[in-house]
Design a protein. Structure first.
Length: 114
């Protein structure tokens, strides 16, 4: 039996949180406590929704995956806002965007497979 923590989509989301956590610690103080905290909370919601989806029965998985997709979309907006307000450097932004796109593809594939 495979645990949800061993799946690629969970692992990618977990790694994204770890990376952005370190980056957010370097945000200017005002942005760190508003934009940074919101970004971290949404990432935690994403990880939580993926975990729930992995444990739910087939009938309920789609709802949890949809929650994860919605959290990911909000994270994308918050990361873009971090870039636009100069909290993120271009390299950090591009790396985060690539990871988020990959997670989005994985979630979309998972949703279609149900």
């Amino acid at each position: 039996m495979q645990y949800i923590e061993d799946t690629p989509v969970f692992q990618k989301s977990y790694d994204l949180y770890r990376t952005l956590y370190e980056t957010i610690k370097k945000y200017p103080k005002m942005d760190r406590h508003a934009l940074g905290e919101k970004t971290k909370n949404e990432l935690l919601d994403l990880i939580s929704a993926i975990g729930k989806a992995g444990r739910e029965k087939k009938d309920w998985k789609a709802r949890c995956i949809e929650e994860a997709i919605n959290s990911l979309e909000l994270v994308k907006i918050l990361v873009r806002l971090g870039f636009d307000t100069k909290c993120l450097h271009q390299k950090q932004y591009i790396e985060a965007q690539e990871r988020m796109q990959e997670i989005g593809r994985m979630l979309g594939g998972w949703k279609r497979s149900i």
